[in-house]
Ligand binder design. Structure first.
Ligand code: SF4
Length: 341
């Protein structure tokens, strides 16, 4: 069957980009294209887990309004990240559910949201281009279900434009990525640094281990751990708040905690779920990791203790589970307050 790659015009088109064989089921698109900002009041963002954080915090300390933002549906890293739980989260949006094309071929397609930058502008700014007052102090996580820094020219152009909209707004933006484009695309880096100077951005960068053979057990591609740590260090040196998303955590060298302290300001630590609660990594990936790592479920606690042990200043913050990701917003606020004092 021929490979189909449709032209990608993110500004207006509704056409998916497909990196696999064409299929009649492509005619039925996933739902969700109209969603711009998704207000999170429950689940991962709304209900703190009982896991540890440093410094410890309560739900009342967490940002009052957290929104998530996915500029498109699908993610072209998907064939690399074998642990990805996103398709499991999205089954209700896919025609055919788990048996349908979109679930089975996750990682091979991307569905642009039409006019996403214009709609983001409308959500964040008033008609005269001023920040909407009601969103002052809100936080946005970009993106929980894709990578906003995918390296195609069309997607990068959209993300640059979206960053400009965020720059004009009054929200705090946390970018989640595993893409080198955050430093290697000069225009992206310039916009992140500009937002950093205003104290309104953080970059949460994914890494599982500092040992490449360990990373390759769950990520068939992706850039090396050394390169990831260099990218984080570069952002940190540029004054941008960096949270390392150690997710999913895997065995690592004794130097890893120290290298994390050098490269980042905060750590979000997550292990693959060992039980079927909500959206999860494919069972065979969980089982393979669980079977090959002694006491895998306690790895996050051990990493937290290692970070405490190497942090002589006592200033490095971290959290396990969603306390890491929600705690990153609190840590970023403190980081920029200290920088401007
Ligand atoms: S980058 Fe994130 S959303 Fe995309 S495939 Fe990897 S884990 Fe899933």
């Amino acid at each position: 069957m021929p490979q189909l790659k449709l032209p990608l015009q993110l500004s207006g088109s509704f056409e998916p980009i497909l990196r696999g064989p064409a299929h009649p089921e492509n005619d039925l698109l996933p739902s969700g294209q109209k969603v711009v900002l998704n207000h999170q009041k429950s689940g991962f963002w709304g209900q703190l887990s009982g896991e540890r954080a440093f410094p410890e915090f309560e739900a009342t300390d967490a940002p009052a309004n957290i929104y998530t933002f996915d500029p498109w549906i699908g993610c072209l890293w998907g064939k690399s990240c074998s642990f990805c739980y996103v398709p499991d989260l999205m089954t209700g949006h896919y025609p055919g559910g788990r048996d349908g094309y979109w679930f089975r071929k996750w990682g091979s397609w991307l569905l642009p949201k039409p006019e996403i930058t214009a709609r983001l502008r409308k959500a964040l700014l008033d008609p005269s281009g001023r920040p909407k007052k009601g969103l002052g102090g809100a936080s946005v996580f970009m993106s929980p279900k894709t990578d906003p820094f995918l390296s195609m020219p069309e997607t990068l152009r959209t993300t640059r434009e979206n960053l400009e909209v965020f720059d004009q707004s009054n929200v705090f933006l946390m970018c989640q990525t595993r893409s080198p484009k955050v430093v290697e695309d000069p225009q992206v880096l310039e916009r992140l640094v500009a937002l950093g100077l205003k104290g309104r951005v953080g970059v949460s960068f994914s890494i599982s281990s500092d040992l490449l053979p360990e990373q390759r057990k769950i990520e068939r591609g992706g850039i090396t751990p050394d390169r990831r740590l260099r990218i984080m260090r570069r952002l940190k040196d540029e004054g941008v708040f960096v949270s390392v998303a150690i997710s999913p955590l895997l065995p690592h060298s004794p130097d890893f905690p120290h290298r994390i302290l050098e490269a980042a300001n905060h750590a979000s630590i997550q292990v693959l779920r060992s039980a079927k609660i909500g959206a999860t990594t494919p069972a065979e990936v969980r089982e393979n990791v669980g079977a090959s790592v002694a006491e895998y479920d306690s790895l996050a606690e051990r990493m937290a203790n290692q970070l405490l042990a190497v942090d002589a200043s006592g200033a490095f913050s971290w959290g396990i589970g969603n306390k890491g990701f929600i705690g990153a917003f609190l840590a970023a606020k403190k980081f920029y307050q200290a920088a401007s004092a």
